[in-house]
Design a protein around this ligand. Structure first.
Ligand code: XUL
Ligand code: CO
Length: 440
């Protein structure tokens, strides 16, 4: 039975001619064939649980602005409230027509007094989600554990100075991996919420790296033990909540994975806002992960370019999104990953329908970006230019140099004998930008 939370709502249609007040997709037609497959299969949209159904609309200067019937201050029975929240969540996923959703344990179940109660609550709600998935055909893109909100994690989870916190976090991750496995999740995500530090005056960096490495190895060992065939993904972020986060960016995560022997076991979930906080562009992080062979999935939510924190806004910059999907398409597209809206409303957007307008708009922006990127791929002008730019490296001598078959003295001898005197060639950046501009 419908909850009535959104009023009357059915599946939102694709209708490019819809009026401004109508809930309709203007650009996202899930069945439209692009590069040989439906848009829905390229984009693999997912919606997150936490920002939509858990966050109360607070900021550092004021508390709750949203009024939701399942919020704890109004709910006399927390388990009933969690079920109502699940009903509304699945109503929204179905209306949007997204194939996937994501959650943290703490989003879906009431907080218990101890580990046993947390696990009991989690498993009871996973029963509900399992039924709902079967009824609707929705799937889980990824599950994850919230190892940062409870005060026990204030000094980190795996990197906590107290081994009991490490153990509590490890046990919690086990329950969340079990839940994700049971729900047929395509990935399991670890965002290092408070895995970082505020001041070196109270921190032993070397120990914390060793602890985090062991923790992730435990996760990988357990994944193989239970036969979970999804990907394990780390979500890089440079700061917030801690001043220095250990998973700073994709390159830092890769160094960490190499150090702990995990570069073939773990990939990354890249978020636009986190890339911006790290001083990178979204497409830089995607291209870096693809080049290193660890590209997994994306969180498609943007930061305000002027604020120095993570604002988690819905995407609305088509050229930027096009550049991101261009890198994803070049890397062969998603495998287990997808496009997750880890995005939240602004705190003044009070109405339940604002949740729908936000996602519809975000999905349309992604559809435009993906179609522009596919057209750029199809025309192939940029890739032909890049191939041509590096064509010298396909020559025999250059290949030998790259393969380590020439010493420094041999290279120097060649330059001297042949009087090698390279003529600079234009990088043509503005010309390349003009090409992109034709598609966005
Ligand atoms: C935090 C963030 C998280 C992760 C999941 O900035 O992005 O919501 O996506 O823990
Ligand atoms: Co995220």
């Amino acid at each position: 039975m419908a909850t009535g939370f959104f009023g009357e709502v059915s599946k939102i249609p694709f209708n490019p001619d819809a009026g401004p007040e109508e809930l309709a997709f203007r650009h996202y037609d899930p069945e439209e064939i692009v590069m040989g497959k439906p848009l829905a299969e390229h984009l693999r949209f997912a919606v997150c649980w936490w920002h939509n159904f858990v966050w109360p609309g607070g900021d550092p200067f004021g508390g709750q602005t949203f009024d939701r019937p399942w919020f704890e201050d109004r709910a006399s029975d927390p388990m009933e409230a969690a079920k109502l929240k699940a009903d509304v969540a699945f109503e929204m996923f179905t209306a949007l027509g997204v194939p996937f959703y994501c959650f943290h344990d703490a989003d879906i179940r009431p907080e218990g007094d101890d580990f046993a109660e947390n696990t009991k609550n989690l498993n009871a709600i996973v029963d509900v989600l399992e039924r709902k998935q079967a009824e609707t055909g929705l799937k889980l893109l990824w599950g994850t554990a919230n190892l940062f909100s409870h005060r026990r994690y204030m000094s980190g989870a795996a990197t906590n100075p107290d081994p009991e916190v490490f153990a509590f976090a490890a046990a919690t991750v086990k329950t969340c991996m079990d839940a994700t496995h049971r729900l047929g999740g395509a990935n399991y995500v670890l965002w290092g919420g408070r895995e970082g530090y505020e001041t070196l005056l109270n921190t032993d960096l070397k120990r914390e790296d060793q602890q985090l490495g062991r923790f992730l190895n435990l996760v990988v060992e357990y994944k193989h033990k239970i036969g979970f065939d999804g990907a394990i993904l780390i979500e890089p972020k440079p700061q917030e909540p801690t001043k220095h986060q250990y998973d700073h960016d994709v390159a830092t995560v890769y160094g960490f994975l190499k150090r702990h022997g995990l570069e073939n076991e773990v990939k990354v979930n890249i978020e636009q806002g986190h890339a911006i906080l790290a001083g990178h562009s979204f497409e830089h992080e995607i291209a870096t992960a693809a080049a290193l062979g660890i590209f997994g999935s994306i969180d498609m939510n943007r930061n305000d370019q002027q604020s120095g924190w993570d604002t988690d806004q819905f995407p609305n910059d088509v050229p930027e999104v096009a550049r991101a999907y261009y890198e994803i398409l070049k890397a062969g597209g998603f495998t287990t990953g997808g496009t997750n809206f880890d995005a939240k409303l602004r705190r003044q957007s009070l109405d339940p329908k604002d949740l729908l307008f936000a996602h519809v708009g975000g999905m349309d922006v992604c559809a435009r970006g993906l179609k522009a990127a596919a057209a750029m791929m199809d025309e192939g002008v940029l890739s032909a230019f890049v191939d041509d730019r590096y064509a010298g490296w396909d020559q025999k001598g250059a290949q030998a140099m790259l393969a380590g078959e020439r010493t420094l003295e041999e290279i120097a001898g060649w330059v001297e004998e042949q009087n090698v005197n390279p003529a600079p060639i234009s990088g043509r950046q503005e010309w390349a930008e003009n090409i992109v501009n034709r598609y966005v």
